[in-house]
Structures are given as structure tokens and as C-alpha cells.
Design a binder for this molecule. Structure first.
Ligand code: APR
Length: 239
């Protein structure tokens, strides 16, 4: 896989860098993607965007918890891969580095990334439907009810039909509008507003590079497309 001299130069000189990741960056850790490879995830006969929806939360919260409990149990043993670790290194390398993820698996943080902008929440947290306080579930059992007010808990994850966490996208868009280098890793670029971030960076004059084994609707706006797996390609960027 050839890295162009242009990308090497930009990578060496950039101060303000934004990275957007999707499910693909966790694929080599064993986390199934939602859409890659032409398949879509199905749970008990329901497509993931049905079981992971605001409508289902209203209708059947226990079923939604069953789906997220299953995923949490599945993810518990999974470890970051070289792609996650490379991105964690970049935090030390670039003076102004922003990591924005659509992933809820917490593997970026497990690899050492800090201040991750989680656009779609985190599977290791529960949130109270009344007082909105959040409860960490990493390494512990899911609390039966809110420890603050006793009301019901829901996954602290953005479900289909719901808004993103307050301020998360606004901060990411602000950083995208001022970055010099934007690297888009392992996302199908089909879900907005996340997929709009590389477009914001591009129109603000940033050099945009995509890392994905498959072409996506974002490939066309990218200055460079590295068609390969994140865990194999990202270490190549290290000079
Ligand atoms: N390295 C890099 N990219 C990969 C790899 C890999 N090893 N394996 C697969 N991919 C790519 C696929 O080609 C695909 O383009 O990752 C992408 C995964 O796409 P999706 O499954 O659609 O995941 P994502 O883009 O993160 O989905 C966005 O949709 O389902 C909702 O909320 C969910 O955050 C998710 C959002």
C-alpha cells in the first residue's frame, strides 16, 4: 500500500487534525460492522435499526436492553487493534488532535485515547430516563434502576430516530471546520450528521483522506483513498 508523498508531507506538517471513525476501525477487534460486506446486522429477526430505535425503546425497553446486554457481553473480552493504538498515538503527535467516533464500543478509550467525542454514545453507560444521570457499567452488572432517583434506565446510546448528545456534533463540526488534515476511517458514510464532518473539513480546505477496504459515498470528496484495513494501513502512516 503506497502512501503518497503529499499525504506524508501533510501528515508530517499538520498541527490541527481531525479523525472520524466508524465500525470498521473495530472490525479487526471482532466487533461486527453494521453494513460492510453487503450484509446488515439482524437480532432475533429484527434489523438492527428496528431493535436500536426510539420507537422500540418506547414500546419494549426490556427487549432493547436484551439486545444491548448481549452486545456488552460480546464486547467485554474484545481488545483494541493496531488501528486503535495508532490513533491513540496521534493524540501525542499532533498539537490539536480531535477524535470523533460513531462507535459505542469504548475501544478507542481502551487503547488510550482521551477526550473522544462520542457522537452515538457508549454501550458501557446507562442513562436515567428521568434525571438523565449516567451510570458506568464497565466491569459491573447493570443497575436495576437509577441510583440517583430510582427511575428506569436506558442504554446511553443514540438510537435511530434520536438526536445526538447535546453539543457533541457542534464541537466536532467546529473542529472539522478548522482542521488541516481529516482522516476518515472505517465508516460507510451513510449516517448523518456524522458523515457530514468530512464534507465540512473539505469545504474548509482540509486535506481529506479515507481508509476503508471498500469505496463509500465519501470517497468522491477525498483527496486520497487508502483501500485497506485500518489495522494494516494506519501504522504505515508512521514515518
Ligand atoms: N478497516 C477499515 N474499514 C473497514 C474494515 C477495516 N478492517 N472492515 C470494514 N470496514 C468498513 C466497511 O467497508 C464499511 O464501509 O467499515 C464500514 C462500516 O460501515 P457501517 O457498518 O455502516 O458502520 P458505520 O459507518 O460506523 O455506521 C454508522 O450507523 O448503525 C448505525 O449507529 C450506528 O454508528 C453506526 C452508524
Amino acid at each position: 500500500m503506497a502512501i503518497s508523498p503529499e499525504l506524508r508531507r501533510r501528515f508530517a506538517e499538520a498541527r490541527r487534525v481531525l479523525v472520524l471513525t466508524g465500525a470498521g476501525v473495530s472490525a479487526e477487534s471482532g466487533v461486527p460492522t453494521f453494513r460492510g460486506g453487503g450484509n446488515t446486522t439482524v437480532w432475533k429477526g429484527m434489523p438492527f435499526d428496528v431493535i436500536s430505535s426510539a420507537e422500540m425503546l418506547e414500546r419494549n425497553l426490556p427487549a432493547v436492553w436484551e439486545w444491548f446486554d448481549y452486545r456488552r457481553d460480546f464486547m467485554e473480552a474484545l481488545m483494541p487493534n493496531p488501528g486503535h493504538y495508532e490513533i491513540a498515538h496521534w493524540q501525542e503527535r499532533f498539537p490539536e488532535f480531535t477524535l470523533v467516533t460513531q462507535n459505542i464500543d469504548g475501544l478507542h478509550q481502551k487503547a488510550g485515547s482521551r477526550d473522544v467525542i462520542e457522537l452515538h454514545g457508549n454501550i458501557w453507560r446507562a442513562r436515567c430516563v428521568a434525571c438523565r444521570s449516567t451510570h458506568d457499567m464497565s466491569g459491573t452488572k447493570r443497575p436495576e434502576a437509577c441510583l440517583e432517583c430510582g427511575d428506569s434506565l436506558r442504554p446511553d446510546v443514540v438510537l435511530f430516530g434520536e438526536f445526538l448528545p447535546p453539543g457533541a456534533f457542534e464541537l466536532a463540526a467546529e473542529r472539522a471546520a478548522t482542521c488541516e488534515l481529516c482522516i476518515v476511517i472505517g465508516t460507510s458514510g451513510l449516517v448523518y450528521p456524522a458523515a457530514g464532518l468530512p464534507e465540512i473539513a473539505k469545504s474548509a480546505g482540509a486535506y481529506v483522506c479515507e481508509v476503508n477496504p471498500e469505496p463509500t459515498p465519501l470517497s468522491g470528496i477525498c483527496d486520497e483513498v487508502l483501500m485497506g484495513k485500518a489495522g494494516e494501513v494506519l501504522p504505515l502512516l508512521r514515518s
